[in-house]
Ligand binder design. Structure first.
Ligand code: T4K
Length: 366
C-alpha cells in the first residue's frame, strides 16, 4: 500500500450503516432532510458560529457566498495565488477580477503589508486563504477591510477546527468557506459549508443553493444546485463524533515530523502560530538550499511508494486559463513563486504512525 499525502478519516462501517438506516425507511435522500438539519445544528455548536449553510462541496459554497454578496460584475477581489485552483476559479466564475497579493514567507498566508497598495476604486472584497490551516492575520485584514469598506470572505477550506484564542476560524470576516472533501480533516465525502453571523444571509444562501427558488413557485435568483445530500450529512455526523481524536492523532505525527526536521539546514517548517490551536491539516516543508531539491525529495519518496504532493504549484496566477488576465503572472508574487518551486506537503493523516513518519524522514535526511 502506498503512503499517500492523506487518507480519509472514516467511521466504522457499522456506525455509518446505523446512521443511514432510517433513510431506507423514509426514502428522503436529499433536499435538506433530517440528517442535513442535524449536521448543520451540530456544526454550529462545534464551531461556535451563528450560522452554517451546508453545500455539496466547498467550491460551490465559495461561489454561492460570493454571489450572495451581489458585487457588480468586473469588480476586483484581492486574493492569493498560493492556493488550490478553486479559490481563484470561484472569483473568476463569479464575473469578478482576482487581484493577486503575495504571501508572507512565515505561514504562507496573505502578506497583509501588501494589501493596501492593491486596493483601487473597483475593489469590493478580500478573499484570503488560511492555507494548510495556518490562520491569516485576521486582525490586520479586518482593520484594512473596515478602513476601505471591503467585505472579507475567507477560504477556510483547510481550517476546520482551528481556533485563535478559543475563537473558531468560522467566526472571522463576513463569511468563511470550509471544505469537507474526503481529503480534509473533517469530511462528508464531498461537502462544504459557509459560516457567518449575518442573519440576512441565511435565506439568500438557502435559496441560492436550491436553484434560487425561494418557494417552488418563486424564482429569486438564476442559481444552480449545490445541496448536500443526506448520505453526505450522515458521514459528517459520524466523523464529527471522532474528530477531536483524529486531530489529536494527526498532532502526534506532526510533533514527530517537527522533532526530526526542525533545525535541519535548508529545511524550512512553518513555526506553530501563537494563540492558535492547530488542526494539523497539512505538513508543508520548504526545501531551500537543502542538499536535495524539492523535486529530488519528491522522487526519492516516490521511489519508496510515498506520495507527497506539491501543494500549491503551479500558482493560480500562472494558470493557462488566466494568461490574458491583466493581473496574471507569477513574477508579480515572488514569495509565492519561491514557495511554489520549493514546497512539498508530506503525508499526514490520523492513521499515519510515528514509524511511518520516521521512515519518511529517514528518506529525506539520509
Ligand atoms: N480552497 C482550497 C484552499 C482547497 O484546498 C480546496 C480543495 C477548495 C477550496 C475546494 O474545496 P472542495 O470543492 O474540494 O470541497 C484534493 C481535493 O480534491 C481538494 O478538495 C483539495 N482542496 C485539494 C488540496 O486536494 P487532489 O486532486 O490533489 O486530490 P487527489 O484525488 O489527488 O487526492 C489526494 C490524496 O488523498 C490521494 O492520493 C489519496 C487521498 N484520498 C483521496 C480521495 C479522493 C483519500 O484518502 N480518499 C479519497 O476519497 O485534490
Amino acid at each position: 500500500m502506498p503512503i499517500n499525502v492523506t487518507r480519509s478519516s472514516m467511521p466504522d462501517f457499522e456506525e455509518y450503516c446505523n446512521e443511514i438506516r432510517e433513510l431506507w425507511d423514509s426514502r428522503w435522500l436529499t433536499n435538506m432532510g433530517v440528517k442535513h438539519k442535524e449536521l448543520q445544528a451540530k456544526l454550529e455548536q462545534y464551531l461556535g458560529v451563528r450560522h452554517v449553510t451546508l453545500y455539496t462541496n466547498g467550491h460551490l459554497a465559495l461561489e454561492n457566498v460570493i454571489a450572495a454578496m451581489n458585487f457588480p460584475k468586473g469588480s476586483e477581489v484581492i486574493t492569493t495565488p498560493f492556493t488550490f485552483a478553486s479559490t481563484t476559479h470561484a472569483i473568476v466564475r463569479s464575473g469578478l477580477i482576482p487581484v493577486f497579493c503575495d504571501v508572507n514567507d512565515v505561514d504562507y498566508t496573505m502578506d497583509v503589508s501588501k494589501i493596501e497598495a492593491l486596493i483601487t476604486d473597483k475593489t469590493v472584497a478580500i478573499v484570503p486563504v488560511h492555507v494548510y490551516g495556518n490562520l491569516c492575520d485576521v486582525d490586520a485584514i479586518k482593520l484594512i477591510a473596515d478602513r476601505h469598506g471591503l467585505k472579507v470572505i475567507y477560504d477556510a477550506a483547510h481550517a476546520f477546527g482551528v481556533t485563535k484564542n478559543g475563537v473558531s476560524a468560522a467566526c472571522f470576516g463576513n463569511a468563511s468557506m470550509f471544505s469537507f472533501h474526503a481529503t480534509k480533516v473533517f469530511n462528508t465525502i464531498e461537502g462544504g459549508a459557509v459560516t457567518y453571523a449575518d442573519d440576512a444571509l441565511v435565506q439568500v444562501l438557502d435559496d441560492r443553493k436550491n436553484f434560487g427558488l425561494h418557494t417552488p413557485e418563486e424564482g429569486l435568483y438564476a442559481a444552480g444546485n449545490a445541496k448536500m445530500s443526506e448520505f453526505q450529512a450522515a458521514m459528517g455526523i459520524c466523523n464529527l463524533r471522532h474528530l477531536d481524536g483524529e486531530i489529536a492523532k494527526r498532532g502526534v505525527a506532526v510533533a514527530r515530523y517537527r522533532e526530526r526536521l526542525c533545525g535541519v539546514d535548508g529545511i524550512q517548517i512553518c513555526p506553530e502560530q501563537r494563540d492558535v490551536t492547530s488542526n494539523y491539516a497539512y505538513f508543508p516543508v520548504v526545501f531551500d538550499g537543502y542538499k536535495y531539491t524539492r523535486d529530488e525529495v519528491f522522487e526519492r519518496l516516490r521511489a519508496e511508494d510515498i506520495i507527497a504532493r506539491k501543494y500549491f504549484a503551479p500558482l493560480t496566477n500562472s494558470f493557462e486559463c488566466y494568461r490574458t488576465l491583466p493581473t496574471a503572472g507569477a513574477d508579480k508574487t515572488p514569495v509565492a513563486q519561491h514557495l511554489a518551486e520549493r514546497v512539498l506537503t508530506l503525508p499526514l493523516f490520523a492513521d499515519l504512525t510515528v514509524g511511518d513518519v520516521d521512515r519518511i524522514c529517514d528518506i529525506i535526511l539520509i
